[in-house]
Design a protein around this ligand. Structure first.
Ligand code: KG4
Ligand code: ZN
Length: 404
């Protein structure tokens, strides 16, 4: 357990002074009328998502995401929607090492988190004292990176006397399509495809997640990254491989579709991608492909992964009798996957929902949204409150199905 007020060096203590907040400050009248825009790295855009008003009092939630290599901050209002968000990605910093260096990631989060919070507050035209709760990614992820957001969130909540909510990173991804202009309605099937996870879930409501299937080895994003590495593509591998695949012929190489053939017989919705990656390894060793052949390998690999993800997602819809599929996580940005899922779903009379491209990969908006939904009506109590104390921990390993 860590106490944000104990370490002088921690960003947790400095956050209060740096952001100029005061403990026990009297909350002034809400003044959010003029915040009809949100910003991101590339500019300011009109707000797209405005949820239906809920019976509970309106709330303003600050979201903090620092689980891996992106510092994401967002301000979400339960009635007005997303007011502002900002993201700093560490891709350029990790690129020369070919992957995420955890210690560098933590240090960079420390550098970025407070300026980004200031920026989001400024762009939303809101004051810290107007925030009703701080939601932060508590896990899963890199321990050091998680500690940065967690300590800042708890210190800020402590100074403001408001709840701090530890959010499950995957729950953020899972709910991120609700930020879109055409959100799905509960219940739905969710396909979670990120760098660390590949899961199919039945989602009945906030906190009501039933695991239908998951990977028994590599995650889909991990398979993309490792295969990209085999083909000599840089980090992050997924987008680079997808881009190369666009120039190749998917039918050129026959690669395995693991755990697919027996699916209809056994009803098993689990995934396995390490064999596919090994098949590419053997192929590359045997054929030493030139640039054009590498594009064919990339296309064949992408098609194999997409085949499996599409078939299992459709079967999950069939098994559950639901007709809405939500796709979340970084691999959800893959255009070929979207194309194939859209086609398969249309044939079955089902709909597929995706987060906006910018909310497919890690971001603060999904964490703020998950915090708002948990605060608003799920019956789940805030983990921390002004009365409950602000000792905190992080959960680098944390199963989504343990959430309630
Ligand atoms: O959700 P995310 O940003 O971080 C985790 O929580 O893991 O997902 C990152 C993963 C990486 O493995 C990355 O290579 C993959 O998503 N990814 C993609 C694409 N964009 C990101 N994989 C395939 N095609 C893409 N376009
Ligand atoms: Zn993620």
């Amino acid at each position: 357990m860590f106490h944000p007020d104990l370490s002088l060096e921690s960003p947790g203590l400095r956050v209060a002074a740096a952001l100029g907040s005061g403990r026990g400050s009297v909350l002034g009248p809400r003044r959010l009328q003029k915040v009809a825009y949100y910003g991101c790295e590339s500019g300011i855009f009109p707000v797209k998502y405005k949820p239906e008003p809920r019976p509970l009092p309106p709330m303003l939630i600050l979201g903090i995401e620092t689980s891996c290599d992106e510092t994401g901050i967002a301000l979400y209002h339960s009635e007005r929607g997303l007011l502002a968000h900002a993201l700093h990605t560490q891709v350029a910093m990790h690129q020369e090492y070919g992957g995420v260096v955890p210690e560098l990631a933590s240090r960079d989060h420390i550098r970025r988190v407070l300026p980004l919070i200031r920026r989001v507050m400024r762009e939303a035209g809101a004051a810290l004292q107007e925030i009703d709760a701080v939601a932060y990614t508590q896990g899963p992820g890199l321990a050091g990176a998680l500690l940065v957001g967690t300590s800042v969130a708890n210190a800020l909540a402590f100074t403001l006397g408001i709840p701090a909510l530890g959010i499950h990173h995957l729950e953020g991804h899972l709910l991120s399509p609700l930020l879109a202009s055409n959100p799905p309605k509960f219940p739905f099937v969710a396909l979670l495809v990120s760098g660390g996870h590949t899961q199919l879930m039945r989602v009945a409501g906030v906190g009501e997640y039933e695991l239908l299937g998951e990977t028994v080895d590599d995650a889909a994003g991990e398979a993309f990254d490792k295969t990209a590495n085999l083909l000599g593509l840089g980090y992050p591998g997924g987008p680079a491989l997808a881009q190369l695949a666009g120039q190749g012929r998917a039918g050129q190489y026959k690669l395995p579709r693991p755990m697919l053939e027996q699916m209809h017989r056994t009803g098993n919705l689990d995934f396995s991608f390490s064999g596919l990656k090994t098949a590419v390894l053997l192929l590359v060793r045997k054929e030493a492909p030139d640039a054009a052949a590498k594009a064919d390998v990339a296309a064949s690999f992408q098609e194999a992964i997409v085949d499996v993800l599409v078939a299992k997602s459709m079967y999950a819809l069939e098994q559950t009798g639901l007709n809405q599929l939500v796709v979340a996580g970084g691999v959800g940005a893959n255009r070929r996957l979207r194309e194939r899922l859209d086609r398969a779903a249309a044939e079955e009379g089902c709909s597929v929902f995706y987060p906006e491209f910018e909310f497919c990969t890690d971001n603060g908006a999904m964490i703020a949204l998950a915090g708002a939904l948990r605060m608003q009506g799920s019956g789940v109590k805030a983990e921390k409150s002004a009365e409950g104390g602000y000792a905190f921990n992080v959960k680098p390993r944390w199963g989504l199905s343990t959430l309630v």
